[in-house]
Design a protein around this ligand. Structure first.
Ligand code: GLP
Length: 235
């Protein structure tokens, strides 16, 4: 895997931004987007740039089940706040966590991905190695699906909600199978909290116990990390 270590999140995000910028110069059509704190600097670089996304499509990784899109913890809200309201795309897809039939919404989302093959997929990583909301144990070949969140993810996300019991228990997430079809993948990870997950992803065995380890099987992945997230790598 191509692991690039930077002195801080800002420098790493800027380097990731430059990869996207160059790819846009080469005519890419579709960006796969992620939420969480990891891509925020990159989104700031995108919104403050002169890049024009109005002819491009975006496809987001995941969404909580049951949160209104106006809820400030929903991923729809997050994307509008950080990117879409400032730099609109031609069309932007985010999984529908409010659908009456989540299984059907998941199938529909796979159809969308089929019609809009992802040129570059951005990923953050959970402390347990999850990507999107694909928790440990998720089969590598799965498409978009409903997810029962693990206690570790609920705990990690509880800081964003007033009460722990407000954290949704379910999500709808692009599957690992869908993520792996992306032509290129950019993984962003910052801070000491991510050091174990990054070591397991880059140097550990490829195992469903560490969802991100599947990226070792993809031939075009760049991992952008700061020194803290890289601190447990052996070289
Ligand atoms: N579903 C999201 C993931 O897509 C994200 O990668 C992860 C890490 O978030 P952060 O970047 O805030 O550490 O959090 C959530 O669980």
């Amino acid at each position: 895997m191509d692991v690039r270590v930077f002195d801080g999140k800002a420098a790493a995000s800027k380097a990731a931004f430059n990869v996207i910028k160059d790819a846009m110069g080469n005519g890419i059509q579709t960006l796969g987007l992620a939420t969480g704190s990891s891509p925020v600097d990159l989104y700031n670089d995108m919104t403050s740039s002169d890049l024009d996304f109005s002819k491009m499509t975006s496809v987001n990784l995941d969404e909580y089940v049951g949160l209104d899109t106006k809820n400030d913890q929903s991923y729809h809200y997050f994307m509008n706040e950080h990117l879409f309201s400032k730099k609109p795309f031609k069309q932007s897809f985010v999984p529908d966590g409010q659908a009456a039939d989540i299984e059907q919404a998941a199938k529909d989302y796979d159809q969308i991905i089929e019609e809009h093959p992802i040129d570059i997929q951005l990923l953050g990583i959970g402390r347990n190695g999850h990507i999107g909301f694909n928790e440990p144990g998720t089969p590598f070949d799965e498409g978009t699906h409903k997810v029962t969140l693990t206690q570790s993810t609920i705990d990690a996300n509880a800081r964003f909600f007033e009460h722990e019991e407000d954290v949704p228990r379910y999500a709808i997430s692009m599957g690992i199978g869908s993520i792996m079809k992306s032509k290129q993948i950019i993984l962003l990870a910052f801070g000491e909290d991510k050091a174990d997950a990054i070591k397991a992803t880059v140097e550990g065995p490829v195992t469903e116990d560490v969802p991100a380890s599947v990226l070792q099987n993809h031939d075009n992945v760049i991992v952008f990390v700061d020194e803290a997230a890289a601190s447990k790598l052996s070289k």
